[in-house]
Design a protein around this ligand. Sequence first.
Ligand code: AVI
Length: 330
Amino acid sequence: PLDVAAEQQAETENQELETLKKHVADGLRRPQKTLSSMYFYDDEGSRLFQQIMALPEYYPTRTEFQLLTQHQAALSAALRPTNTQEPFFLLELGAGDGLKTKILLRYLLETNADFTYVPVDISGAALDGLSASLRDELPALRVEPIVADYSAALRLMAARTGRKVVLFLGSNIGNFLPSDRLAFLRTLAEPLSPNDRLLIGFDLQKDPRIIRAAYDDAQGVTAAFNLNLLARFNRELRADFDLAHWQHYTDYDPLAGTVRSFLVSTRAQVVHIAALNQVFHFAAWETIHTENSYKFTAPQIRAIAAEAGLTVTELFTDEQEYFADVVLRP
Ligand code: AVI
């Protein structure tokens, strides 16, 4: 019999490979070479990011965990503004291991909320792990995972009727450039009805040394995460990046409120990418810009929301005011 699902999957993988090839070719041809942090998250990158979230220097995850624990009742109430019995979809973009979300999931189940959890991630392995742990820990939960990028998942969900609550936790919003962030928030806001809600995590501006340390940990896990981008191109694009001659560099600019991360070529070198049939020249100490992590203030968050046609209904922060989970309505 014709395996349509396998054929469709092969077609999608082929399209993803073509997108990656185009992205790398365009990014490495620019005067300031640039690659998108979106490509960090292959299965190995997702595994390294799990390790980052457990690092002592990486405060965002544990802070947001504490914040969600402390405010779970008020937060859940803010996500269910009218009829608490009304069923809804709880869509989570970039679900990962769901460690933080489980706080809300458990609370919503305990308070008899009628909802279906729809975790979305581009890593199938991450979603498989999450689904298995949810079956174990929260067997009563209805789960409908979607392996897709955010826009594909949003298109799918827009077609379904019912109230929607969209979670975008963990300061993922900080990885967008301002123009892309605005476009993304508008895409999120557009299909929402007045009773739908968004819950978005924003990392807040704080002592610059604390921020910088979070992106340059002593164990070198963040460095491995950044360098995995090149290892991924070696695997998937048959490139010959020699990882011994690249290093991770990062800095926080308090004026812009941005952590910028780079891969630095420690010597002059030529890299061949067989899948592109091209070579790329790197001067000694030339950089590839790989990531932005924006940090925000509360007034900035309100302004960003307003620009996208959204209103902040509640802003929850931890005691140190390191992080904010923000409830928004269209
Ligand atoms: C996924 N994202 C919110 C992380 C961040 O903090 O910007 C990615 C990361 N990059 C280096 N460390 C963590």
